[in-house]
Write a protein that binds this ligand. Structure first.
Ligand SMILES: CC(C)(COP(=O)(O)OP(=O)(O)OC[C@H]1O[C@@H](n2cnc3c(N)ncnc32)[C@H](O)[C@@H]1OP(=O)(O)O)[C@@H](O)C(=O)NCCC(=O)NCCS
Length: 161
């Protein structure tokens, strides 16, 4: 029903418009955006979902970050158009991005989000990993893409510059 494909330059403004629709105004003031400034996203993991009419229904972008020497995927923003929410598309985008990241050799992924939603994909609180303030530490979540990949990782999340 939905066709997933890597985001291209031609998709960029449509994805921005979807994010503007789905997030509160001022989304780019969030601290997670400071980790993305001037850093190229992980292109293979930035996906757009289009329906049979080629209408954009959802999108996910992913950036690289570092915690000390450890590299991680910072998953998001992810958004599904309000008319397409609750059909499983958000889960499809997240699982596909994680699967492609795992296949590409990434060991771990993290995000800032609602634990009640993301725990179903295996994300759990990272209590030793600090996002730039102001971030609610309860919303800092991670998933190991190789077993134990978050073990012993602690400290500030930094731009992968
Ligand atoms: C969050 C979002 C991407 C989920 O996409 P989706 O396609 O609706 O999600 P799915 O269909 O895979 O899953 C729907 C389920 O997740 C639940 N859910 C959605 N958002 C949730 C949240 N913030 N907290 C808890 N549960 C949530 C729904 O209630 C539904 O539950 P059910 O399976 O028991 O019915 C989408 O709602 C969205 O774009 N929201 C606005 C932007 C946003 O908040 N992005 C995430 C930032 S962290």
């Amino acid at each position: 029903m939905f066709d997933l494909a890597p985001e291209t330059k031609a998709d960029w403004w449509e994805v921005e418009a979807l994010y503007d629709l789905c997030f509160a105004p001022g989304r780019e003031a969030l601290s997670s955006y400071r980790l993305r400034d001037g850093v190229a996203p992980v292109a293979a993991l930035c996906l757009v979902a289009r329906d049979e009419g080629r209408i954009l229904a959802g999108a996910i972008r992913v950036w690289p970050v570092r915690i000390g020497p450890a590299r991680a995927l910072l998953v998001g923003p992810i958004a599904v158009h309000p008319t397409r929410q609750g059909e499983g598309l958000g889960g499809y985008l997240i699982r596909e991005a994680l699967r492609i990241g795992q296949e590409a050799g990434w060991d771990r992924a993290m995000l800032v989000g609602d634990a009640p939603y993301y725990q179903r994909f295996g994300f759990a609180r990272l209590d030793k990993v600090k996002m730039p303030p102001p971030t609610n530490p309860e919303r800092v979540l991670g998933i190991a893409l190789t077993p134990g990949a978050w073990d012993g990782i602690a400290g500030k999340v930094m731009r992968d510059a």
